[in-house]
Design a protein around this ligand. Sequence first.
Ligand code: ADP
Ligand code: MG
Length: 336
Amino acid sequence: MKKLIPLFILFIILCGCSFSADTDSESFFAMDTYMTVTVNDKDSKSAVKYAENEILKLDKILSAHNKNSEIYKLNKNGSGKLSAAALELTEKSLEYSKLTENAFNPAMLSVSKLWGFPDKNYRVPAEKEIKTALKTAKPDKISVKNNTVKLNLKGMELDFGAVAKGYTSDKIIRGLKKRGTESALLNLGGNVAALGVKPDGTEWNVAVENPDEKGNYIANLRIKDKAVITSGGYERYFKKNGKVYHHILNPENGYPAESSLKSVTTVGENGAMCDAFSTALFVMGKEKALRFWAESGLDFDVILYTGNGSMIVTEGIADIINSDLDYKIVKRSDYE
Ligand code: ADP
Ligand code: MG
């Protein structure tokens, strides 16, 4: 009997809280997409509810399309006092726009509206209309002072569609951690973020969709405490006279980016940055994107899918990727 007691204690220590932990998962619609939150916790039900409520709250503040949101009102009035979250997202967006030399441009809503992307009322605008709207898409004409954001160009409208989901996942992961959760997976419309590892102690598996074949995957990543975010022209588009027009716009000319890439997946701890960069690197195209990755000195990795089963993977994720495709691994030292 004496021997049994320490063994029993060791068993409890090894199992950790899994004795009382359970898994709960909830799917819902927010930020114009389907989301699933999975939590493994002592009280996973309330943790999932917490995450869902926070996401819905952020959606209400950050949406450019909800008439009651802070961003909608800011766009309408040209200036506005923002809450902490909207202010932080604005500041981060300005930073990412600078870092990417405007390939990520959060001030493109007037242009995007011309194409009918926000309300799915698609059309091909006249070049003149695009040129006029593009004059309003200048992030360097946004000023932030004492919690007040000013859009210093008539007609300028902000849209955080390319960064809000990544930003939201960062906030939710931080909030869950604070509440004591150690294991969770957020899937915010394909923007995935993992907290810790799965209940069985192994990393979370995240599959990256194949833009050429719906329902198939180009790779699988084993992740812990990281976000995996994909952007591509295959997600939202319309066809006119046989030509495809997708939703990621080139801020230089206001047309859908003619990218040499089919999709860009970013992997890293900073979800907001990864989200902004997935869009920006898609706009940049293969060569510029790789150079940006190598020279920015920022902590993220990428999968660049160039189509027809070809892809490029950066060195930081070489050990956590699984793929049936042949791929090239690129190192930072290749760019010195
Ligand atoms: P998704 O949100 O569909 O997963 P992205 O993160 O790439 O994909 O964001 C695309 C959205 O961002 C578009 O629907 C549009 O609202 C906005 N957008 C389009 N082009 C740009 C751009 N160059 N920079 C910033 N935002 C953009
Ligand atoms: Mg993005």
